[in-house]
Design a protein around this ligand. Structure first.
Ligand code: GLP
Length: 257
């Protein structure tokens, strides 16, 4: 059974997720969080920082591990996921830089870096809560279609589709052809996962992913995970039909003001 919560708007979705994530940090200030990038999370991170500030919650003791990082960019490039995280989250709140982790794309041997990153995650006790976006081809992290559900953190080739999707955000450099990413088995070990899907452009791929567990649709590696919730706006749900009893689809109830 897959839990899917549908929201009228992305603002309502981000508000609910910001409250949830602020409560996670309040309840366990030393939590280990798995973080994602992409356009989906830009407004969410702003909302979360605002919510945490209103709740008087500190991010200073958290440990964070990002899902992925490009290989082959210049050090200091504004296009790295490290730079994205600084811009949209780490630089806007009281994160401890020594406790925020992304794969290091500049070590000579990316394979060895992947192994080190996977070990660091295990060493931290695993991920308490993982945030995930959905690629237009169903990827999570940079696990492209065909990735094994048993995959671990590793270096991967990006598909032309993914490179085209991300080109819109790129300034001044070619979109890399390779990246380091947590694997699907790595992600599935997180105790809780929130898969965030917004916008009409994701409606078709969300419907295809929900048809069943299938390695052509990497996000479907998570179906059956007891701690998974899909958060989607109405636009992203617009192509869903005949979900049967595989998916429990709940409308988010709007709180009275
Ligand atoms: C990117 C990232 C993913 C992200 C996805 C969706 O390539 N590697 O972690 O979730 O694509 O991106 P967006 O939110 O911009 O649609």
């Amino acid at each position: 059974m897959v839990e899917l919560t549908e929201f009228d708007s992305r603002a309502a979705l981000f508000d609910r997720l910001a409250r949830t994530m602020s409560a996670v940090v309040r309840d366990k200030p030393t939590a280990v969080l798995g973080l994602a990038t992409g356009r989906t999370f830009v407004d969410f991170y702003a909302r979360w920082v605002e919510r945490a500030r209103a709740d008087g919650v500190s991010f200073g003791a958290l440990r964070t591990f990002n899902l992925d990082e490009y290989l082959g960019l210049a050090p200091g490039s504004p296009n790295t996921f490290r730079a994205y995280m600084e811009r949209h989250l780490f630089g806007r709140a009281d994160f401890d830089p020594a406790r925020t982790h992304l794969p290091d794309p500049w070590v000579p041997d990316p394979g060895a870096e992947a192994v080190r990153y996977e070990r660091a995650l295990q060493g931290a006790g695993g991920i308490d809560v993982q945030l995930l976006g959905l690629g237009n081809n169903g990827h999570i992290g940079f696990n492209e279609p065909g990735s094994s559900f048993a995959s671990r953190t590793r270096a991967v080739e990006l598909t032309a589709e993914t490179r085209a999707q991300n080109a819109a955000d790129f300034a001044g450099e070619a979109v890399p052809t390779r990246a380091l990413t947590m694997g699907l088995a790595t992600i599935a070990e997180a105790r809780r996962c929130y898969l965030v899907v917004v916008g009409e452009a994701k409606a078709g791929i969300l419907a295809r992913c929900l048809a069943g567990r299938d390695e052509r649709y990497p996000a479907s590696a998570l179906w059956g995970h007891p701690g998974l919730e899909i958060l989607a706006d109405a636009a992203a749900c617009s192509a869903l039909e005949n979900l049967g009893d595989r998916v429990r689809r709940t409308k988010h109830a709007v709180r009275a003001a």
